[in-house]
Design a protein around this ligand. Structure first.
Ligand SMILES: Cc1cc2nc3c(=O)[nH]c(=O)nc-3n(C[C@H](O)[C@H](O)[C@H](O)COP(=O)(O)OP(=O)(O)OC[C@H]3O[C@@H](n4cnc5c(N)ncnc54)[C@H](O)[C@@H]3O)c2cc1C
Length: 473
């Protein structure tokens, strides 16, 4: 099927609203078929909403409610992402997690959690003694009385998955439209929609709503009111890389109904994270950190790992979970309206993204009656590695001899080279600002937060953006 030509703008077969990790995964999944697809994003880049500010754990789903949609799609997404990541250049480290009980009530909950894990197919979880925990984690604060090991819990780079999915989608023909905030949607008889921003219109036969925190607003534009998103603020602290040897596993608390709780976890960039908090707020744009949130984290951190608190803090940030009044994902197909809502993807969307994408394609074919045929010439992509556990360009004699710019370091804290910055700027999905370059290369993410390199990085960015603007005219 191709985009039709008429008086109105071309009609895409499918428009996906929202280029977070979920929308990007759906776009990648659909790019395998002979469809015209547009991925629409209000901001100037993919992965710039909740998807850039999470705890970056690839969850096994051991603690989700068995048979819930979240549980099923999380298990599916976990397996798919583990298979896909190595060839796509997505950094993942299978460190395993230890869930720690600090009192008798929490210890009593371990048995139920172990059974829950088994019901969810996580059959290698194992209850362990305090002695075993301290053998595995000598720097843990005193007072742990029992725990559970979950070997499959992993850490994942949060930045690369949406970029990899969107790049693969674009390379395979998906149209990415950035800086297009959908303000109104009108049904155009007989069979398509007009999606309007302040200045432009895109048309689509099918709509997939993956707008994250704003999925309820889009749902309302289409006449539905089945859930309401209440942002659940999660604040996190990033500790300096020197603290990394302190922690061997992801250290989890016993989860509650509201949140997975405050954890200590290594990151794929080589730091240590402490967080997140969980506080319901009203404002969907308020990603400020707060004095109270940071104080609460430091207090929790002092108990979990006192030595960690002595290390320098590199940064802090806030992410907003798309929590709703329901305890499960809100994914619904409306076949008569050619519309699928993918809402309420609150605490596990990074891990579940590829499972959600497969499920959405099933809904499109089985419930909405879309006939799909695979493209014969699908192209896979490989993203540049930004993970600490894998070879980086500055360490690669092969990369440096191919292009000496890979030996020229621009960001010293994160050892980012001129070659990587140039590569990001000439990629199929180049960044449009420093934040985008940061998520693609790590430049300015280190302990000086760009104090040393930001002028140089900005000048490379501006020169390239000006050149591309000149070429486009
Ligand atoms: C503190 C915290 C910790 C977390 N930890 C983990 C974890 O360890 N592991 C895990 O798997 N998950 C975790 N999550 C959850 C995960 O980050 C989210 O589930 C996931 O990022 C949601 O992706 P999304 O694509 O649905 O939303 P988003 O990333 O928010 O993307 C939605 C996009 O839609 C766009 N949009 C909205 N409205 C419009 C409009 N009108 N027009 C056009 N575009 C629009 C937005 O700009 C945005 O880019 C965590 C979340 C938080 C907040």
């Amino acid at each position: 099927m191709g985009a039709a030509v008429s008086a109105h703008p071309p009609v895409f077969d499918v428009v996906i609203i929202g280029a977070g990790v979920v929308g990007c995964a759906i776009a990648r999944e659909l790019s395998q078929y002979t469809l015209s697809v547009a991925l629409i994003e209000a901001q100037n880049d993919v992965g710039k909403g909740t998807s850039k500010a999470n705890t970056a754990i690839l969850h096994t789903g051991f603690d989700t409610k068995p048979d819930s949609l979240e549980s099923r799609l999380l298990r599916r997404g976990y397996r798919r992402l583990l298979e896909y990541a190595p060839s796509a250049g997505i950094p993942i480290e299978r460190l395993g997690a230890i869930l720690i009980a600090w009192d008798e009530t929490q210890a009593a909950a371990l048995d139920d959690l172990w059974q829950n894990a088994n019901r969810n197919g996580v059959i290698d979880a194992e209850i362990v003694s305090a002695d075993e925990i301290y053998r595995l984690e000598p720097n843990l604060g005193s007072g742990a009385i029992a725990g559970m090991k979950i070997p499959g819990e992993s850490i994942i780079c949060p930045f690369t998955p949406p970029l990899a999915f969107a790049t693969e989608a674009v390379v395979n023909g998906v149209t990415l439209i950035r800086e297009f905030e959908i303000a109104a949607i009108e049904r155009q008889a007989p069979d398509f929609y007009a999606l309007r921003s302040a200045n432009d219109t895109v048309c689509a036969r099918f709509i997939i709503n993956a707008a994250g925190l704003h999925a309820d607003t889009i749902d309302l534009m289409l006449g539905h009111e089945t859930f309401h998103v209440t942002p659940r603020r999660g604040e996190l602290i990033v500790f300096d890389k020197l603290s990394r040897p302190l922690v061997n596993h992801v250290l989890l608390p016993v989860p509650t109904a509201v949140s997975k709780g405050v954890l200590v976890s290594p990151t794929t960039l080589g730091n240590v994270l402490l967080g997140p908090t969980a506080q319901d707020i009203e404002d969907k744009h308020n990603t400020n950190t707060t004095a109270d949130g940071i104080a609460a984290l430091l207090e929790a951190g002092r108990r979990i790992m006192p030595a960690l608190i002595d290390y320098e803090v590199t940064s802090s940030y806030t992410g907003l979970r798309a929590a709703t009044e329901h305890r499960d994902y809100q994914i619904t197909a409306y076949p008569d309206e050619s519309y699928i809502c993918v809402g309420g993807i609150r605490s596990t969307g990074l891990s579940a993204s590829m499972g959600i994408a497969e499920y959405v394609v099933e809904l499109l074919t089985e419930q909405c009656g879309l006939t799909l045929s695979k493209k014969p010439d699908y192209q896979r992509v490989r993203m540049p590695n930004i993970g600490e556990a894998f070879e980086r360009p500055y360490q690669s004699t092969e990369a440096i001899s191919r292009d000496p710019a890979y030996g020229q370091i621009i960001c010293f804290c994160e050892r980012v080279t001129l070659g990587e910055i140039r590569h990001a700027m000439s990629s199929p999905l180049p960044p449009r600002d420093l934040d985008g370059l940061r998520r693609r290369t790590r430049a300015q993410l280190g302990r000086c937060q760009g104090f040393h390199c930001s002028a140089t990085v900005k000048s490379i960015l501006d020169t390239t953006l000006e050149r591309s603007a000149g070429e486009a005219q």
